[in-house]
Design a protein around this ligand. Structure first.
Ligand code: ADP
Ligand code: MG
Length: 748
């Protein structure tokens, strides 16, 4: 029935918005329609009020009551004119998702009179209500930072991210106020606060270095830029509805690979299936209305796997936009009877999903500090920032590993598709040559100015010149898909980040590591230049050479999936962190803790420790949930199916026996099934045992608990899966209770 439903469903095809004359609008005309932009604000506010807001936004003053009240009034009118009935402070608790609590604009003016009362309903929204609200948010993870009796948490408007409208019920709308979430004592309870702090410290350190190198540059602020490539699966919703494992854990706990999956390499960049195309275009339209600059869409490697990517933006805004995009994808997919899967490894044996985080830093003049420019070998500012990233990575690779570690991403990392647990950086031939030449104080080898370096596509092939093909400029770096952290032209691409997680913490940690390195290198430069007012070219070169030599161990240009690299990395002393619980211990290891809480100081001890607990607890909980789901599926669906099939075979065999047939294919099949069924039953019992131990184990140190989940329960789940998958091949299809991979992956 699910297959028939999937095949016969009517299409949903929305109309792209039109201009008055009926022609479709341009994307740029739809862009930001539902955003309370600075321009809209400027039009709606008295000039001095708007100016005061801008000063506050640049950190020059606090938001005063009059300004807040005026903005609140203006945004309420704007929002209500577009159907808004409610507003919400939208924030990012440490669950990886976003959170919201809605309040109506409705308010009552009440007069108490001797005979009773008289109320008038009005719409109201004050500056105070705009600035903060206090959700009783005691049920969010706080890692022990709050107990339920002191549950006060505050959401506070983050003025650096614009307010926007989203669809409510019955054609109404809801005003979203991007916010941070902090405790009564000012501790960060969310993902965003740390990110904002890390952007700020990075900016200060980077400005410090730039102003030392070129005081006349007048750089006042440096921005972190982020572009997130989001991968995901889309499957039919009826198939999804029949898979409790997908519904509960986000991944299939059992299932055999279909004969054809990704081996023909025909899905990647192939034609996007019709239903998916209609859904993704609808997502893009909603994104554009919200001012999310969606740019790219394409099929990914596995069947039913896709990717969308926006144009990069300031990092905190890019994170907001990524989380919104995920939410929109989820909702729009629903309208198309599709289900989006963000889990990093929903299907065993085919490609998993990541969220490549393209990261760079740019000055307030719009210059990208990681742009090699035409002659990187003489662009010492570029080289210094490049080395700072390498140095940050070298010192705090383990922290980056922490930031991408979850029970779900673990299934993807280290498999032959995603970068392994060793964090190294790839620079590409040309930059490697630039660094080598500087270090060895020699001219560049076979390296022409990249701007003029082009590949002649129309060059001579068997002496036939294809004149119709233009020459193109060649990128400075080739690609190395195996590197967890690759320089790609004018940015670094952090590829190990998981598709499901918020990019917030990975970027926060990266910012901090690079900040620490910039500070260290600035000090080195100061020491080198002595009492001179500014460093000479020679001073810069001395420091650059030292850091080129120093950071070599973290550079790797080869195949990160190879065994040889594991050995080589060990020789270089790079950490190879194999599991998430192991990674978590590095978060509170002295060196990293000191950097995060003292040297850079974006987290308090309490904030860091709470994050450590949250990560460990989350890991163990995920594994317990998987173990219990696996038990239900095996105990209530798969084993009964196998037994029923055995019964039908046994009845046939018995019937045959009564007419004198002793040996029969039924008997042979039964004999094949018996050991497989027994094997599954044994694995099931062992899993129950392991899960019980894990639950008994609660109360131990959070990390010990998570380690136990990893070491004992994870393998028991995997073992049960093997046995179940063996049965899938042996049991007749009509008895099998779950949609198989073929149905899940090849039905859109
Ligand atoms: P690829 O990863 O295939 O090279 P692109 O060059 O299109 O693809 O970039 C992928 C992502 O990187 C996009 O989201 C893009 O906006 C983003 N990006 C490009 N330049 C920067 C930058 N300076 N800072 C951050 N992200 C960037
Ligand atoms: Mg990319």
């Amino acid at each position: 029935n699910a297959l028939v439903a999937a095949a016969t469903r009517p299409k949903r095809d929305i109309e792209f918005p039109r201009k008055e004359d009926g022609r479709p609008k341009y994307s740029s005309e739809v862009y930001g329609e539902n955003v309370f932009t600075l321009k809209t604000m400027a039009k709606a506010l008295p000039k001095p009020i708007f100016a005061s807001f801008l000063r506050q936004r640049r950190g020059r003053q606090n938001l005063d009551k009059t300004t807040a009240d005026s903005i609140a009034h203006a945004v309420r009118v704007w929002a209500m004119d577009r159907g808004a009935t409610h507003y919400t402070h939208w924030f990012q608790p440490q669950t990886g998702a976003t959170a919201e609590k809605h309040d109506a604009f409705l308010s009552l003016l009440t007069n108490f009179t001797p005979g009773g009362e008289e109320s008038t309903a009005i719409d109201q929204f004050s500056g105070g209500e705009l600035l903060q609200s206090e959700p009783d948010a005691s049920s969010f993870p706080s890692g022990g930072m709050r107990t339920t009796f002191e549950a006060r948490g505050y959401t506070i408007w983050d003025t650096s991210s614009l307010m926007f409208l989203r669809r409510g019920p019955h054609g109404t709308a809801i005003l979203y106020i991007p916010s941070v979430f902090i405790s009564y004592n000012g501790d960060a309870l969310d993902e965003k606060t740390g990110l904002l702090r890390s952007n700020e410290v990075l900016s200060r350190a980077a400005c410090g270095l730039i102003n030392l190198l070129e005081p006349e540059a007048h750089v006042n602020h440096v921005y972190t830029t982020l572009g997130t490539e989001q991968e995901f699966f889309l499957i039919d919703r009826t198939m999804y509805a029949l898979r409790p494992d997908l519904k509960i854990t986000g991944r299939t706990l059992v299932g055999q690979l279909p004969p054809r999956h990704q081996q023909l390499e025909d899905h990647y960049f192939g034609r996007i299936p019709g239903r998916v195309m209609r859904a993704i275009s609808e997502v893009e339209l909603e994104c554009m209305r919200l001012g999310i600059p969606v740019k790219t869409r394409h099929n990914e490697v596995a069947p039913a796997q896709f990717e969308i990517a926006p144009i990069f933006e300031e990092a905190a805004v890019a994170v907001d936009h990524n989380l919104l995009t995920m939410d929109i994808l989820h909702k729009v997919a629903h309208r198309h009877n599709l289900r989006v899967l963000f889990h990093e490894k929903p299907f065993k044996g085919v490609n998993g999903s990541g969220k490549h985080c393209n990261w760079a830093i740019a000055t307030d003049h719009g210059e990208n500090l990681l742009d090699p420019t035409v002659r990187p070998e003489t662009n010492y500012r570029f080289i210094l920032f490049l080395l700072a990233v390498l140095r940050g990575l070298q010192e705090h690779a383990a922290l980056l590993r922490v930031a991408i570690s979850s029970s779900s991403n673990e299934h993807r990392l280290g498999a032959q598709e995603a970068p392994p647990g060793i964090i190294s950086a790839f620079l590409g031939d040309q930059l490697t040559e630039v660094l080598d030449a500087i270090e060895e104080d020699r001219p560049l080898k076979n390296f022409s100015v990249p701007q003029f370096q082009s590949i002649k596509v129309g060059g001579t092939v068997l002496d036939v010149k294809v004149a119709a093909l233009p020459s193109i400029a060649r990128d400075l770096t080739d690609r190395n898909r195996t590197s967890p952290f690759a320089f790609t032209g004018n940015k670094f691409e952090f590829r190990a980040v998981g598709s499901k997680q918020s990019p917030s913490f990975p970027v926060t940690v990266l910012n901090c590591a690079v900040t620490a390195a910039i500070q260290e290198m600035t000090e080195a430069l100061r020491a080198q230049m002595g009492s001179k007012p500014r460093p000479s070219e020679e001073d810069k070169l001395v420091v650059i050479r030292r850091y080129i030599a120093m950071t070599k161990s973290v550079r790797f240009e080869g195949d990160n999936y190879s065994e040889a690299w594991v050995a080589e990395a060990a020789r270089r002393g790079l950490p190879n962190i194999k599991s998430a619980p192991e990674a978590y211990t590095y978060l509170i290891q002295e060196k990293h803790k000191r950097m995060l809480t003292e040297e850079i100081g974006i987290f308090s001890d309490g904030e860091l420790l709470s994050r450590y607990y949250i990560l460990n607890e989350r890991y163990a909980k995920d594994v317990i949930i998987e173990a219990e789901t696996m038990q239900t599926i095996v105990g209530q669906q798969i084993l009964p199916a196998a037994l029923e099939y055995r019964k039908s075979l046994a009845e046939s065999a018995a019937a045959l026996k009564t007419i004198g047939v002793e040996a029969s294919p039924e008997i042979d099949t039964l004999n094949e099934l018996t050991p497989l069924t027994k094997d599954l039953q044994a694995a099931y019992v062992a899993l129950q045992e392991a899960a019980r131990k894990l639950i008994d184990h609660e109360g131990h140190d959070a990390n010990v608990h998570a380690q136990f989940a990893h070491d004992v329960v994870g393998p028991a789940i995997a073992r049960t899966r093997e046995a179940a998958d063996a049965l899938e091949t042996a049991v007749a299809d009509k008895f099998w209770p779950l949609p198989k991979y073929t149905e899940l992956l090849l039905t859109i």
